[in-house]
Write a protein that binds this ligand. Sequence first.
Ligand code: ZN
Length: 216
Amino acid sequence: MTNDYTDHSAIRNIYCIGRNYRLHALELGNEVPKSPMVFTKPTHALVPMDGREVELPGDQGEIHFELEIVLRAGRDWEPGIAADELFDAMALGLDLTLRDVQSKLKEKGHPWLAAKGFLGSSPLGPWLPFPGLAGLAKADFSLLRGGDTAQLGNASDMIFPPDVLAEHIGSRYGLRRGDIIYTGTPAGVAALLDGESLTALWNGEAAGSLSIRLRS
Ligand code: ZN
């Protein structure tokens, strides 16, 4: 598949994993799940993390950033396929979340779409070659706000690693070429500020940046 990061047209389904890092589950007062917690976003939520400014709703309470490793299926999932064969690219992305809206939806037992699937809620950095499961665990990923590290994670801390996620999603919902998975966020999520800039780092190298405009 193309490695042109502006080509989001090739992306089919966006799967996201909730609470896949223990410390993040606990920081929001949630239980650590016993099986992967999967939700989806519309592809219309995608926005390239290429330094641009993204406009987001500023009148619905806090919008939290969640930095995540994003994996792309380069071929169709089939039973028994290894993650190293299935995924062909990775990126860092932000699973932006209207946290106050989400809290109300949770109380009512309603779906998360309004909190997780709004326009601009899925910033995505440039594709990088998939380094394999072993390679993923060798590098840290982090989110810089100004000069400060807001989040720091490592794939080895995932509760459900990519091979388990692929089997879970593929066998239940289908996982085919062009589908992507936001694999969950480590601890350190917080509310976005109007006018701030964010930079994602993979192994110490810039892997996407964005500036924030909150529309009131
Ligand atoms: Zn997330």
